[in-house]
Design a binder for this molecule. Structure first.
Ligand SMILES: [Zn+2]
Length: 323
């Protein structure tokens, strides 16, 4: 079959005249405005100018405008782009009441730090992290210039990076019972494996030494290997060595007398999700201080599983450690 030849395209017609990005020549006043000229020169380069405003004043970045807004709301008097003292070459983005200099989004050179210290003015650096901008950490950094000679502006920081460990020694078998489900309310088992990721700022080039992390994970997993997982609330009695479990299922009542040593009691049902939490709780307290989060991927059998990521050093996590 022959295809019909392409029809020549009709010239594109618009009903309305296209808006011009350039103001009319009669608008001399408009062109006289430095802001419009700035916008036009940026358009010339294929970009655009963002303007950040606070109280009718324009600032180069949103951070400048936010700091101005904060100072305004506190009723503080300040000067913008002001030298730290008369004749000083070092200018601060904000000089508050002649006593506090605020530098925005920049690091001070050695010479500038020296000048800042000798001025006797308190210096605060406000900037955004180059390494962080995520749901856990928006990246805003506020720091005071250290007093000691040689001190840095503290805005530099390590990148956030993760390592992951996947090892045959992280394979484990477990039995569990989910009384509320039809199929899994009968005790059965799975052969599983775990993959662990550890996130933090590298120290000496390492988030954690693989050789340090591996035994911690291996120990946590070996303590869960070949155990029965069951929800704590099904315990109806215990002896020194055993616990008694009783629960209703669609198949009728189950009553079990099981050794404590081979049983792991969980707060929730013995799902793979809660099992991953149990594993994380056993790994996170042993991580060094630079580690910010630990994640585990736990398989339930093959091809399915769960991923759980826990943030460390939060108030809640610290509370959990003390318990
Ligand atoms: Zn199962």
């Amino acid at each position: 079959m022959r295809l019909a030849p392409c029809q020549p395209r009709k010239p594109y017609k618009t009903k309305r005249a296209r808006p011009s990005t350039v103001p009319s020549r009669t608008g001399n006043d408009l062109l006289g405005s430095s802001q419009i000229l700035g916008q036009l020169s940026a358009l010339d380069k294929g970009g655009y100018v963002r303007s950040h405003r606070n109280n009718g004043k324009a600032y180069p970045t949103g951070l400048h405008a936010a700091v101005a807004s904060l100072l305004d709301s506190l009723g503080l008097k300040y000067e913008v782009d002001s030298p730290l003292s008369q004749g000083s070459k070092l200018k601060a983005e904000f000089l508050v009441a002649g006593r506090t200099a605020i530098f925005i989004g920049r690091r001070l050179t050695k010479g500038e730090r020296r000048a800042a210290r000798s001025s006797g003015i308190r210096c605060v650096l406000v900037g955004m992290s180059a390494a962080r901008s995520d749901s856990w950490d928006a990246g805003l950094r506020v720091t005071a210039l250290s007093k000691g000679e040689g001190g840095d502006d503290s805005l530099k920081e390590g990148r956030l990076q993760t390592i992951f460990l996947d090892d045959p020694s992280f394979n484990f078998d477990y039995a569990h019972i989910l009384p509320k489900t039809e199929k899994c309310s009968v005790m059965h088992g799975h052969t599983s494996s775990a993959l662990v990721e550890i996130a933090g700022s590298p120290v000496e080039g390492m988030v954690v030494d693989f050789n340090d992390a591996k035994p911690i994970i291996r120990e946590a997993i070996s303590n869960l290997d070949h155990k029965l997982f069951i929800r704590k609330k099904y315990v109806v009695g215990e002896t020194k060595t055993h616990i008694d479990l009783k629960f209703e299922t669609v198949h009728g009542e189950f009553a079990l007398h099981v050794p404590k040593e081979t049983t792991v009691l969980l707060e929730g049902e013995a799902t793979v999700e809660n099992l991953a939490k149990e594993l994380l709780d056993r790994i996170t307290p042993k991580m060094p201080g630079n580690v910010e989060a630990v994640g585990v991927y736990v398989y339930e059998g093959m091809n399915k599983g769960t991923h759980l990521l826990a943030r460390l050093h939060t108030k809640e996590a610290e509370k959990g450690r003390k318990r």
